[in-house]
Structures are given as C-alpha cells and as structure tokens.
Design a protein around this ligand. Structure first.
Ligand SMILES: C[S@@+](CC[C@H](N)C(=O)[O-])C[C@H]1O[C@@H](n2cnc3c(N)ncnc32)[C@H](O)[C@@H]1O
Length: 302
C-alpha cells in the first residue's frame, strides 16, 4: 500500500494533487470521497494549511501522509472528514429484530455464557448504548439477570472519546422513549444526559480501523455483529471483503445486521438471510459451510 501511495505522490503531476488525497483516504479507511464530498475535503485541507501557516501544498501533503510523522495530523483530518451522523435507536426495525433474536438466543442457550455483541463503526456511541438497552430489556423480559458485553469500535478517535463519556444533548434524546430515558440516563447539567454508570460499564469502546485491525481485541467469536451506515461509504468489492471477515468473527448461529440495502445481489458464504423485508440480517450456519466443503471434496474425488 505504502508503495502505491509513494508512487502516486512522486507522480502527482500526472495523477493530480487532489487525487492523491482521495486515493490515500480510500486506501487507508475504505471511505470513498465521492464528488459531493470533494468540496468538503478541499475546504478542510485549505483550513488546516491556514491553521498551520503552511503555504507549500506538497510539503503539507508529504508531512500529513507520512505514516509516522503525520499520525496526529492524519487522525485529525479523518475525524473532521468522515460522516459520523448517528442517533439512538436509529433503525427501529433492526433494534426490534435484535430484541427478538436475543430472546430466542437466550432460550436456546443451555449454558449461562454471556452474549457478545460488536457495534462496528459505532461513531459517538448511540448505537452501542441502544444495543445495550435493547439486550438488557430483552434478557430481563425473559426473567434473566443480564449477561452480555458490547464492544464499540470506530476509526475516529474523537468519536470514541465522546462515546466513552456517554454524555448527550437534549436534542439527541428525541428518539429515546421517556421510560427508557428515566431508566438508563441521568440528567447532568443543563440539557445534558449521561448514560448511567451500570450501562456504561457494559460497553467497551475502542479506536480501530476495520481495514487494518482485522480483529480489534476480539479474540472470542461474537454472537451479534451490528454494522450499519458505514459500509455504504465503501466500494462494493470492499464491502464483500469486510463482510467475509465479519462472518469469520461470528459464532455459529450468530447474527450479522447490516443497514438496509448495504449489500445487494450477493449472499455471503455460510450465512442465510432473514426473510423479514424491512431489515438486512443474516444468520451464520456452519452446516451450510460444511455441506459446501463436502460437495467440493466429492467433486474432487470424482
Ligand atoms: C455514519 S456513521 C454510522 C454510525 C452508526 N453505525 C449508525 O448507523 O448510526 C459511520 C461511522 O463509520 C466510521 N468508519 C468509517 N470508516 C471506518 C473504518 N475503516 N473503520 C472503522 N470505522 C470506520 C466513521 O468514523 C463513522 O463514525
């Protein structure tokens, strides 16, 4: 990767200064800078150069893109550039599905093993906390002491910092029902709400890039992977590659939840799609994989 970028930078007179930025961002984060985002990128670069009192575009680019020397500048650029829009219970039908999936999962599980859930591309934490509330409510409804852990990961350091604090403005609470607000949030200062400590303790947030940290802290298989509104910024082939990676991280009978329409005309190997139309969920079934392997072996021996 470094070589391609180094070449691109050295040939930038042909390749185009702006194209080098776009290509590097996509190569390092997966996020495409589509034409409608180009202006935002140009303004951001311009602003940063002014703030740093730098007039040499080549020097600024070389410094910012230097993996070691430019780490801090790069991280700040990414924080400013990526779309981090999110909200509590953003896609209700998906959260409703999680609720019913958890109920089935805990009924099926004879052991008292906790459920492990990964919120990938979690932004400022609303998604991970919504999952925590949903899982907690589902387990209590089954008469169980909640046993689960949630890992939230995002490439943005700034977003993860905010997620860990768990403090949200009143305007963010519009999508939170009053009873949920009372049960899981404390008022802290004027128009601010903080996720209660008990719930915060359940959720561990990490800065992590899915392209480079293939399995952030996640040695164990996950029971549910929730990844919405991130892959939509990636090219199709990249989405498929990452979904393959996520499938390997899922436990047998585990669930992968994507955003509606984020994967079309392709069924990831080893997964079956849940038929409900207003969600995009898949269940891992290792028997499918085993059958495919058996078939392949039979083909070889013929
Ligand atoms: C639009 S937000 C979606 C937030 C949340 N999942 C939701 O649906 O409300 C997309 C998030 O993906 C993160 N992201 C983008 N590229 C990433 C990568 N390569 N690795 C991890 N996170 C990434 C961004 O920083 C951003 O916070």
């Amino acid at each position: 990767m470094a070589n391609r970028m180094e070449n691109a930078i050295s040939q930038k007179s042909d390749f185009g200064y702006f194209d080098v930025w776009k290509a590097t961002i996509e190569e390092r984060t997966g996020v495409q800078i589509t034409p409608d985002r180009e202006r935002a990128l140009a303004l951001l670069l311009d602003r940063r150069m002014k703030e740093l009192d730098s007039e040499d575009v080549d020097q600024y680019m070389a410094d910012a893109l230097d993996v070691a020397k430019g780490a801090q500048e790069w991280s700040g650029l990414i924080d400013s550039l990526l779309v981090k829009e999110t909200s509590f219970f953003r896609h209700r039908p998906s959260m409703d599905y999680v609720r019913s999936w958890v109920k089935c999962a805990v009924r099926d599980k004879s052991s008292t093993e906790p459920l492990w859930i990964w919120s990938l591309g979690c932004s400022t934490g609303e998604e991970a906390y919504s999952l925590a509330i949903t899982v907690e409510q589902a387990m209590k409804a089954e008469g169980l002491e909640p046993r689960y852990g949630i890992i939230g990961t995002d490439i943005s350091r700034e977003a993860i910092f905010q997620a860990r604090r768990g403090i949200y403005r009143e305007s963010k609470m519009a999508s939170v029902e009053q009873s949920v607000n009372r049960a899981y949030f404390d008022p802290v200062g004027r128009g601010l709400w903080r996720v209660k400590a008990d719930l915060r303790r359940r959720v561990c947030f990490l800065t992590s890039n899915i392209l480079t940290d293939k399995s952030p802290l996640i040695r164990r298989k996950m029971h549910l992977i929730y990844c919405q509104n991130m892959l939509v910024y990636f090219r199709r082939w990249k989405r498929r590659e990452i979904i393959g990676q996520l499938t390997n991280h899922l436990d047998d009978q585990g669930c992968l939840m994507l955003g509606l329409g984020e994967l079309s005309n392709w069924l990831p190997s080893g997964l079956t799609r849940v038929t409900q139309r207003n969600i995009q969920a898949y269940i891992k079934d290792e028997r499918i994989e085993q059958r495919a392997e058996q078939k392949a072996q039979q083909g070889e021996t013929r």
